[in-house]
Design a protein around this ligand. Structure first.
Ligand code: ZN
Ligand code: ZN
Length: 411
């Protein structure tokens, strides 16, 4: 059972380790009105850490949903200048951004997806030159979650409300490494260290490509970009502030060469997209591009995802997650990428992370593209790791090095 003390420890963990709030730094928290009690705890820890100010961007998903239902597509696409100015003011002041997830998966599933897409594109276009701040880790940011009843009922539809809520809470706190009697900050320091050691080994090998195989039928070659950098377990801002952007995180991730993926991949878990749950799907890649695909459920949603823009049929991320990670062991499908992507090896269709190539954070869009990085307005992770996943790393000279055997790291 999750106690008040555990919420307090989680708030402290997010402020001190996740966002690592610095003295005199502005703190911006994105939160739902349903989580006000927890946000107060966060604000208290942020001020105690020396925050210059704490500003909360409150949202109410039911009112947001009404906006999609009642507003015209023109109104939804009109992003006011003050929206841009506020964010610019916060970033110019060196703010760090904390987001607390607790929403109901699929809440917008019955909303016209044209409207959701139009609003998302409008926001993205308006603040395009501000996105690098978090995308390139120029300032700290952290996403973590707490349970809500609406979310719990999606994850455990057959349980009574209070039991479902309790089970989701237990799972979230366990995978975030917070318990009644542990020292979560010390555990996270150790965890970060282990992830970074795996990344360091992968970086030393300088693999040309990875070869994935398992019993589902996956047989996939993923070529990595030259000068690639495996990342995981937290990162540094240019000022040298270390932070953990995702809580939980279990992955070592890297940048595939846009045109370098070939073969078959079978998803091992459902994918939640625009409120639809796509099940039992596969892709066939040729020279980086998805050229064939199918899904047993919600094939239409999968098709929308693939056709979103030019880059949404190419990979932007390949991530290694051991099968014995806590999220995987929990056996819970959270219907939220923050958690589910840490349950298994995954790939992402869409935008690549500049941090996964040497000096990528200083490259222009054109330079990144010239190095083989994929670009898209979307980034959708899907899971393909299994208990029997084998991965070989293949070096430039053809040497084959075992990386995973039976779902876990060899080294
Ligand atoms: Zn990932
Ligand atoms: Zn991803």
């Amino acid at each position: 059972m999750v106690t008040e003390k555990m919420y307090d420890k989680l708030a402290e963990l997010i402020v001190k380790k996740g966002a690592n709030v610095q003295k005199d730094q502005p703190v911006v928290i994105n939160a739902s009105v349903r989580d006000a009690d927890f946000i107060e705890m966060l604000a208290k820890y942020a001020y105690e850490a020396g925050a210059k100010y704490v500003s909360v961007e409150w949202s109410d998903s039911k009112i947001a949903k009404m906006g999609y239902q009642y507003q015209s597509i023109e109104t939804l696409s009109d992003v006011p200048q003050h929206f841009y100015d506020k964010r610019k003011y916060q970033q110019d002041g060196g703010a760090c951004f904390i987001s607390i997830a607790s929403g109901k998966p699929g809440e917008m599933s019955d909303v016209d997806s044209e409207k959701i897409n139009a609003a998302a594109v409008a926001v993205y276009t308006k603040i395009a030159d501000l996105i690098s701040y978090t995308m390139n880790n120029e300032g700290q940011w952290c996403i973590a979650g707490i349970p809500s009843l609406e979310w719990a009922k999606v994850v455990f539809p057959d349980l009574p409300d209070d039991e479902a809520f309790e089970k989701l809470g237990d799972a979230i706190f366990a995978v975030t490494r917070v318990s009644e009697d542990n020292d979560p900050i010390a555990e996270w320091e150790q965890h970060d260290k282990e992830l970074m050691e795996h990344c360091a080994k992968l970086n030393e090998y300088r693999f040309k490509e990875l070869h994935f195989t398992n019993g589902l039928g996956t047989d996939l070659h993923v070529e990595l970009v030259k000068g690639h950098k495996w990342a995981g377990g937290g990162c540094f801002t240019p000022k040298g502030v270390f932070f953990d952007p995702n809580m939980p995180t279990e992955e070592c991730f890297c940048m595939p060469l846009k045109t370098g993926t070939n073969g078959m991949v079978y998803a091992s878990k459902p994918l939640s997209y625009n409120g639809k749950v796509i099940k039992d799907f596969w892709f066939r890649f040729e020279n980086g591009k998805v050229v064939d695909y199918d899904a047993k459920e919600e094939k239409d949603a999968l098709e929308k995802l693939l056709n979103f823009d030019e880059g949404s049929r190419y990979l932007g991320e390949v991530a290694l997650v051991p099968y014995d990670s806590p999220v995987s062991k929990s056996g819970v499908l959270f219907f939220n990428t923050l958690y589910d992507e840490n349950a298994a090896c995954h790939l992402a269709l869409g935008r690549a992370y500049p941090e996964n190539i040497e000096c990528g954070e200083k490259m222009s869009k054109e330079e990144l593209a010239a190095h083989g990085a994929n670009d898209s307005m979307q980034h959708n992770d899907f899971m393909f790791g299994t208990a029997d996943m084998d991965i070989d790393g293949i070096k430039e000279d053809g040497t084959v090095v075992p990386v995973f055997r039976k779902g876990n790291f060899v080294f």
